[in-house]
Design a protein around this ligand. Structure first.
Ligand code: CP
Ligand code: NVA
Length: 331
């Protein structure tokens, strides 16, 4: 059946069928080719979108801004201090006001409940630009990158190392289950994803031919896999005090040369970014001063290696977000 996503919100990958995800990936590829060929695709002229950010961002914000402008739209950016939302105005009221002025709303923030509530009241598509639980636009960029680099999605073996119950661990497990990849969360038990989501993904996997595995065993998990994926060990919104215990819990789950060798020479390294792979950031410096740790979730050697595709992934955020906007607002 033909896919029609007009009017739909993009809140989590769980809400979409493999066919709909396929459609968004193919649309992303078309839009990427147009951009690369310098062919204008400003088919949403006269429309406007608003970007609400309650957490910081480089990629997601810029991807929405550039995608919106390439499509010919007006784009408004609101940072946490710039809107009344949550302070003087409820989520429901904010959604109804913005829905009267804009054709689509992006939200990055804390609870998934907030973005779901915005979508319930806005009357226009709402796009999740990251919540504590999920990061669905990142998934489209990651799937596109895997397909570009490895030529397929089905049957690919992907291992996610680190905090497997954060927005990235959750979202990758769902995305892999939907699209038929073999997903392994390689993490200490304390950081395994929640049972309800694992159960849901295992059900989805039965249909797609995917598998979902949780393990603490780094050597077994990473042997001969196609993709090694990691994320920062402490996510936005978590208190600073978490660092000490997280460093202890996750130090043996660092992606380093040994892990990449075990995976095989054709394996790729992925990361949603930003990453603490050196001491060139304020946070990494602080952690180094306090705990003596120089590289965290990935070594600089792996991050800068030929196997690393992290900047292709970052670029693909823009092409895939453009596809989501175009598909849900419509031309
Ligand atoms: N990957 C990602 O979402 O990056 P930003 O936090 O910079 O948007
Ligand atoms: N887990 C990270 C992802 C950043 C894109 C965070 O939420 O901070």
């Amino acid at each position: 059946m033909a896919v029609n996503l007009r009017g739909r919100s993009f809140l989590k990958i769980l809400d979409f069928t493999p066919n709909e995800i396929r459609y968004l990936l193919d649309l992303s590829k078309n839009l990427k080719s147009l951009k690369q060929a310098g062919i204008a695709h400003d088919t949403l002229k006269g429309k406007n979108i608003v970007l609400l950010f309650e957490k910081t961002s480089t990629r997601t914000r810029c991807a929405f801004e550039v995608a919106g402008r390439d499509l010919g739209m007006g784009v408004t950016f609101l940072d946490p201090s710039a809107s009344q939302m949550g302070k003087k105005e409820s989520i429901a009221d904010t959604a109804r006001v913005l829905g009267r002025m804009y054709d689509g709303i992006e939200y990055r923030g804390f609870s998934q409940k907030i973005v779901e509530e915005l979508a319930e009241y806005a009357g226009v598509p709402v796009w999740n630009g990251l919540t504590d639980e999920f990061h669905p636009t990142q998934m489209l960029a990651d799937l596109l990158t895997i397909e570009e680099k490895l030529g397929r999605l089905k049957g690919i073996k992907l291992v996610y190392m680190g905090d497997a119950r954060n927005n990235m661990g959750n979202s990758l497990m769902v995305a892999c289950a939907k699209m038929g990849l073999h997903f392994t969360a390689c993490a200490p038990k304390a950081l395994f994803p929640e049972k309800w989501l694992v159960d849901a993904c295992q059900e989805i996997a039965k249909e797609s031919g995917a598998t979902v595995t949780l393990t603490e065993d780094v050597a077994a998990a990473t042997q001969d896999v196609d993709v090694i994926y990691t994320d920062i060990w402490v996510s936005m919104g978590e208190p600073e005090e978490v660092w000490e215990s997280r460093l202890k819990l996750l130090q043996s789950y660092q992606v380093n040369a040994k892990v990449m060798e075990n995976a095989g020479k054709d394996a790729i390294f992925m990361h949603c970014l930003p990453s603490y792979h050196d001491l060139n950031t304020e946070v990494a410096q602080k952690i180094y001063q306090k705990f003596g740790v120089q590289e965290m979730e990935v070594t600089n050697e792996v991050f800068e290696s030929k196997q690393s595709v992290v900047f292709d992934e970052a670029e693909n955020r823009m092409h895939t977000i453009k596809a989501v906007i175009l598909a849900t607002i419509g031309g």
